[in-house]
Design a protein around this ligand. Structure first.
Ligand code: HEC
Ligand code: HEC
Length: 268
């Protein structure tokens, strides 16, 4: 064999070996990128659920009761450290979210426990909570985005100084979930409710004492029926002195409506 032939054979061998090698390497990189992508989108969905249902007790920074405005335990590792809590394990997180902590203000959220969260919601939440440091920026961005979107409605009011106390409301998970929904659904942009962080709006009536007022709003309707109608069909009745057609008809599940009614009925 002359030199040219040897070179040719070597070059061919090299190419034959490189192609599948490159393919394998490329495949691994893609797999890793895809996995990171899935994790990020799971965490992103977890963030949305966190803002809707959890932020009112666990705080926008996951600080929990490190800040007296919030009553939940810290979920952000930095604040967990401050209270000497262990790292939040996936198993503890999943079970606590699904079943709640009976005897505390932490409600049960799973559908099996009459809550509103399906398995995949809980899985996404757990992904977010257990990768807090990496995913924190998603929460910050989502909150900033909402704040910007809400500015035209919600006057920039300071957060009420009233600390959120568990009170009698804490005993009933439906009431606790309903309270969280007030923040999560943005009701507080238009309604003031003492003790609910961020509920300081003045476009709609104050909802303190609504359980009592609602009993006499519409003849023939009990307080519960009136409150439910106000949420499901805002146009059915307009509270005196307030603009008609402003209260939005939100797309809420039956479970969410029930939890909101339970909470509002606790405001005697
Ligand atoms: C009404 C207030 C409230 C809401 C809303 C709430 N929590 Fe909690 N949560 C608590 C309290 C209080 C505790 C501490 C319970 C205890 O003392 O063990 C807690 C504990 C937890 C724990 C256990 C932490 C640990 O270190 O053991 C997790 C995880 C948790 N909550 C996640 C969530 C998630 C996720 C949501 C939203 C779906 C949520 N919570 C909504 C009040 C709340
Ligand atoms: C964009 C502003 C806005 C938002 C957001 C809003 N509301 Fe309202 N709401 C109003 C206005 C205005 C009224 C009074 C006029 C009427 O009765 O339709 C009202 C009335 C009510 C009433 C009847 C109060 C009374 O004194 O008779 C209830 C209960 C109520 N809202 C609950 C809620 C709940 C729960 C949410 C969140 C799921 C919510 N609202 C979100 C503006 C809002």
């Amino acid at each position: 064999m002359d030199k040219k032939t040897i070179f040719g054979v070597l070059a061919t061998l090299l190419i034959v070996l490189m192609v599948p090698g490159y393919g394998l390497w490329d495949g691994l990189v893609r797999q890793k990128t895809a996995k990171e992508g899935f994790l990020a989108s799971d965490a992103q969905r977890g963030v949305e659920t966190y803002i809707q249902f959890c932020v009112s007790c666990h705080g926008p920074d996951g600080q929990g009761k490190v800040d007296p405005q919030y009553i939940g335990l810290p979920l952000n590792p930095i604040y967990r450290n401050q209270l000497g809590l262990d790292e939040l394990g996936a198993d503890v997180a999943r079970k606590t979210i699904a079943r709640g902590r009976p005897g505390t203000a932490m409600p049960a959220w799973s559908v099996e426990e009459d809550g509103d969260l399906k398995d995949y919601h809980i899985r996404d939440l757990v992904t977010f909570l257990t990768t807090w440091e990496k995913a924190e920026h998603l929460l910050k961005e989502a909150l900033a985005h909402r704040a910007a979107a809400a500015t035209p409605i919600a006057a920039p009011t300071p957060t009420p100084a009233v600390p959120a106390t568990p009170g009698p409301a804490a005993a009933d998970p439906a009431v606790a979930r309903g309270k969280a929904l007030i923040t999560g659904q943005g009701c507080g942009a238009c309604h003031t409710i003492a003790g609910v962080p961020g509920a300081a709006g003045a476009i709609g009536p104050k909802l303190d004492g609504i359980a009592t007022a609602a009993a006499n709003r519409k003849p023939g309707l009990s307080a519960a029926q009136y409150i439910e109608e106000s949420i499901r069909e805002p146009a059915a009745f307009t509270a005196q002195g307030f603009p008609a057609g402003v209260m939005p008809k939100l797309s809420l599940s039956d479970a969410q409506v029930r939890d909101l009614v339970a909470f509002l009925l606790s405001l005697k």
